[in-house]
Ligand binder design. Structure first.
Ligand SMILES: Nc1nc2c(c(=O)[nH]1)N[C@H]1C(S)=C(S)[C@@H](COP(=O)(O)O)O[C@H]1N2
Ligand SMILES: [Mo]
Length: 171
């Protein structure tokens, strides 16, 4: 029996290693409250047909940070969060258009090819602090408005969804 276990343990460890190596690339189930649901044409699902993210999962993605004024806040603010395009990559999104929907049911279409390494980000921190619902949080689609005139127009403002709750990816 002892000898049998001694032989079996390395096999179990090896299999465990393989079993963990594959799901590592996939989206783990959320441990905390879900802040963002990405549904539609997504492949990295962790809740039915959707990819859902709690705060820790959003924090675990590569973070961007920039300081800018906005037309909705006073003075310069520093915003932190993952690029929207990186969130879509994490969800395995394959589509041409996003529908971004807020908790107050505000919704707007965002073309996927408009997303770049400059922005927008899904900000979860403003000046290093979590944003409350009345503070346009917990998640806010933010562009670096002060970085150029291409970020200072009604189209960009209309895509700056605060209280972001859901993104539906469409072909
Ligand atoms: N959650 C949420 N985000 C939103 C909106 C909204 O109604 N709800 N309006 C959008 C539009 S169309 C624009 S132009 C601006 C509106 O900002 P304002 O209401 O301060 O003019 O925010 C955008 N983000
Ligand atoms: Mo608007």
């Amino acid at each position: 029996m002892t000898r049998f276990l001694a032989l079996l343990i390395p096999v179990i460890l090896a299999l465990g290693g393989v079993a963990q190596a594959v799901p590592a690339a996939e989206l783990a189930p959320p441990a905390g409250e879900v802040l963002l649901t990405v549904d539609g044409t997504v492949s990295e699902t962790n809740d039915g047909d959707a990819a859902v993210f709690d705060r820790a999962m959003i924090e675990a993605l590569p973070q961007q940070e920039f300081t800018t004024t906005t037309i909705w806040t006073d003075g310069e603010k520093t915003f932190t969060g993952p690029l929207l395009k990186d969130v879509l990559d994490a969800a395995g999104a394959a589509g041409s258009t996003l529908r971004a929907v807020a908790i107050n049911d505000y919704g707007i279409d965002i073309p996927v090819d408009s997303l770049t390494d400059r922005g927008p980000i899904i900000a979860h921190l403003m000046n290093g602090e979590e944003m409350s619902l009345r503070d346009k949080g917990p998640l806010w689609v933010v562009y670096p408005y002060d970085a150029g005139s291409e970020f200072q127009n009604e189209v960009i403002y209309s895509r700056s969804v605060w209280q972001l709750e859901r993104i539906t990816v469409r072909k």
